[in-house]
Design a protein around this ligand. Structure first.
Ligand SMILES: [Zn+2]
Length: 563
């Protein structure tokens, strides 16, 4: 996310710097370090002109994407020629002394600062990955720079001495690079397979075995990227998608994640990941090339307070683009949208104020989901209001923001959004204050997706098994924590029985009868009951109209997909 912000920053900075003398270029050269046939590090050499006063501050990577102390992945930083290196202020700084304006050659090794192959338990592998047969480097986590260099500083980047038979893929393989491109870059090398879709200018670099073919995957990626470009009216330009596997800490553990990096995205998944959720992740991450970078961008500080806009609008457009391109039917859209509504309804963080997101985005899963849910639901409401007023929809808001940003308007996305919606007579400030800032629960109007169907609002009884599942599983499946006031107890379930299996029902759904098989002394018994707990909560869902076909189906697709 931060990488995207930087992409924005250069766009503006470049405009203001025109006419001034361009800063000196920094040359970066990447070289794999192979020891006994295995990759042990990736070496970077950088050459640049030092400052006129003979002192140049050097910066190592620090924090990005929720990862901290990224300087731990930088090893053996040294001067090859042109100066002397001393300790700087803190572990992410060095002080370089040299003759005024001397050309300096620095060298360092990027190493992996955690054990073993990347694991799903650690989340997305944003830290440098250096494995015997491949590497995976995100610029933000692997690049050392002169501290005073900024996003606009021209750079040259090249890779050399790749071992025979190794593939290399990077979104830096083009001309006119600036430092911002390097920061928000992905470079992979090793036993990757590269599929190039020349028509759409999309390259996919992946490794490992999957439940889908490289060709199918590449085709799906190209369709999604093409749809996004169509939405924004962009011509094809080079785009890279990398995919690496994360080890499963346990069987049945499924993990899919990714991060948008301007003209690339890096994608991480466990080997059991299937095509459908991958497509959704790809659609979301790819949209970050535009949202928020090209609709005004985000502030340098306190970005999480605006994730309702950057992540929420991105999720809104994920469904929209997939429907528009025919990759999702209305039923698939409804299934995905209802998942958001269900998670929101059951979220323990549902009514937390926005300040909570700023504080706990990286540490609490329900809090992390909140801006995605709120922004997607609010964009849905605003889109419907614009359509009802006639002549416009949410695309007009987004594309106007894009036009303003492209024409050099330096207003950040949040303020640009407020200004553009006001001009379109859409009042969003009250909604933002109530539902984003204060956290009041959002309820969608019944007709928000008409004529696709209607939003059904239900009071749902909380789901409960009637016993404590965590205490039971950590107790060798000996039932514990039975609640005598709940239906399981009435059906005969007691502490001390042994849980064997579940034969019916769905976890999380209190409306379906559940059936547990348990051993009670010497006998095996089946208990059937409604898994209801205490309390109710309000949940909404999109119920598609029966027999949606013909002109009504076409209208529905236009509503979901945007006209
Ligand atoms: Zn996102």
């Amino acid at each position: 996310m931060q990488a995207v912000v930087r992409t924005f920053a250069i766009g503006l900075a470049a405009l203001f710097c025109m006419g001034q003398s361009a800063p000196d270029r920094i040359d970066y050269t990447l070289t794999p370090v192979i020891t006994d046939g295995a990759l042990t590090a990736v070496q970077y050499d950088l050459r640049f002109r030092g400052e006129a006063d003979g002192e140049t501050s050097i910066s190592l990577p620090e924090s990005w994407g929720g990862q901290n102390e990224l300087w731990r992945g930088i090893d053996r930083l040294e001067v090859v020629s042109g100066g002397e290196l001393r300790a700087g202020e803190g572990p992410a700084r060095r002080l370089l002394t040299h003759r005024p304006n001397a050309t300096v050659h620095l060298r360092y090794r990027v190493i992996q600062d955690f054990d073993g192959a990347p694991n799903a338990q650690q989340g997305n592998a944003y830290r440098p990955v250096i494995q015997p047969g491949y590497f995976h480097l995100i610029g933000e986590a692997s690049i050392v720079t002169p501290t005073d260099a900024d996003h606009t500083t021209p750079i040259r980047w090249r890779a050399r001495n790749m071992p025979r038979g190794w593939a290399l893929a990077s979104d830096l393989e083009h001309r006119d690079l600036r430092l911002v491109n390097l920061w928000s870059s992905i470079t992979v090398g090793g036993d990757f397979r590269i599929v190039h879709d020349r028509e759409n200018q999309v390259r996919v670099a992946l490794r490992g075995e999957w439940g889908f073919t490289d060709a199918d995957f590449s085709a799906r990626v190209a369709e999604i990227i093409r749809g996004q470009r169509r939405l924004f009216g962009d011509r094809p330009s080079q785009y890279l998608v990398t995919v690496i596997q994360l080890d499963n800490p346990q069987q049945n553990w499924l993990s899919i994640g990714g991060t948008g990096l301007g003209d690339a995205f890096a994608f991480f998944a466990t080997p059991n990941a299937e095509a459908a959720p991958i497509s959704r992740t790809l659609a979301h991450e790819g949209l970050h090339s535009w949202i928020p970078a090209r609709i005004g961008g985000m502030p340098r500080e306190g970005e999480a307070a605006l994730y309702w806009l950057s992540e929420g609008f991105t999720d809104f457009y994920t469904g929209r683009v997939l429907v528009r391109e025919g990759l999702w039917t209305p039923a698939q859209f409804a299934e995905d949208f209802n998942q958001t509504l269900r998670a929101y309804a059951q979220s323990p963080a549902r009514t937390e104020p926005n300040t909570r997101i700023l504080a706990d985005f990286w540490s609490s899963q329900p809090v992390q989901q909140l801006p995605y849910q709120r922004g997607r639901m609010l964009a849905t409401i605003w889109d419907a209001r614009l359509r009802a007023a006639g002549g416009r929809d949410f695309d007009d808001v987004l594309l106007t923001m894009r036009d303003r940003a492209a024409s050099g308007d330096a207003t950040l996305a949040n303020d640009l959004f407020a200004a553009v919606t006001q001009e379109m007579n859409l009042d969003v400030s009250g909604d933002v204050e109530r539902h984003v800032m204060r956290g009041e629960a959002i309820l969608l109007p019944e007709e928000v997706f008409a004529p696709c169907g209607r939003i059904v609002t239900e009071d749902i009884t909380a789901f409960h098994r009637g016993f404590d599942i965590e205490a039971t599983s950590s107790n060798n499946n000996i039932v514990a924590g039975t609640d005598p006031t709940l239906p399981a107890y009435a059906a005969g379930v007691r502490d001390g029985m042994v849980l064997i299996r579940r034969d019916a029902g769905a976890i999380g759904d209190s409306s379906q009868e559940i059936a547990y098989v348990m051993r009670d002394g010497e006998t095996e018994r089946t208990f059937r009951y409604m898994p209801t707990g205490h309390g109710v909560f309000t949940q909404q869902r999109l119920a598609l109209a029966e027999g949606l076909a013909g002109e009504r189906l076409a209208q529905c697709v236009r509503v979901l997909g945007g006209a």
